[in-house]
Design a binder for this molecule. Sequence first.
Ligand code: HXC
Ligand code: NAP
Length: 296
Amino acid sequence: MIFSEGMLRDGALENKTIIVTGGGTGLGKSMAAYFLRLGANVVICSRKFAVLEETAAELAQITGGKILPVACDVRNTEQIENVIAKSVEVFGRVDGLVNNSAGNFISPTERLSYKAVDTVVDIVLRGTYYFTLALGKYWIDNNIKGTVLNIVTTYATTGSGWVVPSAMAKAGVLTMTKSLAFEWARHGIRLNAIAPGPFPTKGAWDRLFPEELAKKFSFENRIPLARTGEHQELANLAAYLVSDFSAYMTGQVVTLDGGEVLAAGQFNFLKEVTDDQWDAIEDQIKSATRGGKSPE
Ligand code: HXC
Ligand code: NAP
């Protein structure tokens, strides 16, 4: 399967230092691994330092790249500034940021406490704008043309019930992406986003697709391309968007979801119609067009 292979050429991210928030697990870990393989220095940060250390050791061994784990709750500006300071101390500068950290779980909204909503919104929205603001100031002060990649979701655009705090927060991140892309273009800073469909990770599956639900609503039936995403597919797109190959692209969100978001198309229910039924329907339509009676 070619889509589970790396896409960019060797050394495509050489001389770049990229911070990946939430880089110790799931999609963040997969992106960090690919950036290392392409020659970048990578900084991974999140709350659980033991997890970060284990991932850093594993990825350094597999890729031979340079990776720095730093503990950081993205809701805390001092800890964010510490990540940037440590990255500069170790690697000399920072060129890219992937805002990938998130908190999320399914729940009927009326069951949520105020604190539950705050928790998700603060990790996703506050965490993203704090980190982006801190690095943007550093880039502008140091005349660095930095790049931000925000990992959002398809429901940042469509909205979705049962994940309302996440949907509100991701929509805010998407609007920040477009707004700042225009404002900071004069500094050469670019911001783009990826809206992934379902990519299996323990973090998402434990909280969003518990076993009982996953069995009942199979992805194969719901997704036009009849499968979930491969991590390398997302890592390929992410590497392109943080690399200089995408130098002319800013303020964009790229959906990578096997067509899942297209389900709203008004006539997509016709998926269920068989070939025999189509023969009859075609005859009916043609005879109606030739002079049959149309509804008022
Ligand atoms: C209702 C819940 C709840 C649940 C937590 N809370 N889980 N309420 N249903 N299932 C409430 C708690 O009762 C508490 O409110 C408040 O939320 C904060 O909970 P804590 O456990 O104290 O918070 P914390 O330890 O900071 O954990 C944050 C978290 C947790 C978001 C709740 O799940 C987490 O650490 N998540 C990080 C990883 C993650 O979420 N990954 C998935 C990303 S996937 P009270 O009032 O009781 O104190 C994703 C993909 C989207 O975003 C698209 C998929 C296709
Ligand atoms: P994941 O493995 O649970 O990743 C979430 C990461 O966020 C964890 O590493 C977690 O690390 C970190 N994090 C949580 N709270 C934090 C905080 N306060 N400060 C710093 N870091 C924090 O889940 P994932 O599926 O890979 O998700 C990665 C991203 O992809 C998220 O933005 C998610 O919304 C997005 N996404 C995923 C899917 C999917 O199908 N998997 C689909 C659409 C979008 P700690 O616990 O150590 O802090």
